[in-house]
Design a protein around this ligand. Structure first.
Ligand SMILES: [Zn+2]
Length: 391
């Protein structure tokens, strides 16, 4: 770190976080940004709904309010018509690289995911957003966002305007959530490749029949937006109060849901036939392997790991002699086979299981989703959402 920051007005920005719009500190900052916002955008987000207001000023400053309280302050730096002079706020130029920001803020950046650098400062966080070609070249910095919540643990306040996922909740004329239309909108977005369904939760196609069965208190589908990486959690509840929430990866996997009852209890004839033809759970050994079947064929999903860097699994179609041994000695044989797979380092071509690993084939991603769906009720994620993993 070279020189101390010549100018540091971060405390002013941090001081308004979570404060009400009427708070004098917020009013002062708004005044600093300009007399009138050059644009005001309002939207209702999710269900239960949150009111989001974005007040952007010609000076390049912006305040984002959630239900009337400050959720984030954005300093727009990009060289369009409206941008701040960063030198006046944190003592570095608008063409700052990540190194320059580290010098100005007097600390190293942390990362949310691989692409989002941020700085933990007193009582808050400063996230730096750069153009896609990177943070080492001057002129790529687009904006700094100041939040009270740690980036990555909750979605960024700017994400509520994501073109990929922000307009999928449908309401009827009365304002109530239109469940069928929302399922339809989510399905369409998933089919178009904007969202990806998480196979560990209820399939979107199963949500309505499951709710109609009355067997589940909460049935939830989760879909990840490929653009902003938020997870849409759409939940149908027995008491008829649906929820539609945008979550970070971390928040999404911590959500609770009771086990999905066997499909025989709620599926119609078509769904049952599809289930019979699809991948089905047979057995598992915690932390080691899953056995699934498709028709008469048996597949072993065997976990392997190496020195903390590699932790994945291989999918092996059991050959006739392996099936015979499984019929003879059951789980003992499968555990032995899983250990042999792990010990052979199946991520290397030399392993006899490398070529047999169906996850390495072109259809691997689809197979992994099918297996995830089949074993969804038997994974640690299922334990987490039932609350078994806590206490
Ligand atoms: Zn999105």
């Amino acid at each position: 770190m070279k020189t101390a920051p010549s100018r540091n007005r971060l405390p002013e920005l941090l001081g308004v976080l979570r404060a009400d719009e009427s708070d004098p500190r917020v009013q002062e900052l708004l005044h600093e940004f300009g007399t009138e916002p050059s644009s005001t955008r309002e939207r209702s987000v999710g269900e239960p709904a949150r009111q989001v207001r974005r007040l952007r000023y010609r000076s390049g400053g912006e305040i984002i309010l959630h239900d009337g309280a400050v959720a984030g302050v954005v300093l727009h730096v990009a060289h369009d018509a409206r941008h701040v002079r960063l030198a006046e706020w944190i003592g570095t130029g608008n063409r700052a690289t990540l190194d320059d920001l580290e010098t100005a803020l007097g600390r190293k950046a942390s990362f949310a995911g691989l692409r989002t650098p941020y700085f933990a400062v007193d009582r808050g966080f400063v996230t730096a957003v750069f153009a896609p070609d990177g943070w080492n070249m001057p002129g790529n910095l687009l904006r700094l966002t100041i939040t009270a919540d740690q980036p990555g643990l909750v979605p960024a306040p700017e994400d509520d305007d994501c073109p990929g996922c922000s307009d999928l909740l449908r309401r009827s004329a009365s304002g109530a959530v239109d469940v069928e239309a929302t399922v339809e909108a989510l399905s369409t977005a998933a089919a178009a490749g904007a969202l990806k369904e998480d196979a560990h939760w209820v399939r979107l196609d199963d949500l309505l029949p499951l709710q109609a069965s009355g067997l589940m208190e909460r049935a939830e589908s989760q879909l990840r937006c490929l653009r902003c990486a938020r997870t849409v959690c759409f939940t149908l509840t027995r008491d008829g109060r649906p929820e539609f929430q945008y979550c970070s990866f971390d928040q999404a996997r911590r959500r609770h849901m009771s086990p999905v009852p066997p499909v025989e209890q709620w599926g119609d004839a078509t769904r049952l036939a599809a289930e019979e033809q699809g991948m089905r759970y047979v057995a598992h050994a915690a932390g080691s392997w899953f056995l699934v079947r498709k028709g008469e064929d048996l597949y072993l999903d065997a976990r392997y790991s190496y020195s903390g860097l590699i932790d994945s699994s291989a999918l092996i179609h059991l050959n006739p002699s392996e099936v015979r041994l499984y019929r003879k000695s059951g789980h003992t044989f499968l555990s032995r086979l899983a250990a042999a797979i792990h010990n052979s380092a199946p991520y290397q071509k030399e392993s006899p299981y490398f070529a047999r690993d169906l996850y390495r084939r072109p259809e691997g991603a689809r197979l992994r989703d099918e297996v995830s769906g089949a074993i969804a009720e038997h994974t640690w994620i299922a334990q987490q959402r039932r609350g078994d993993g806590e206490r």
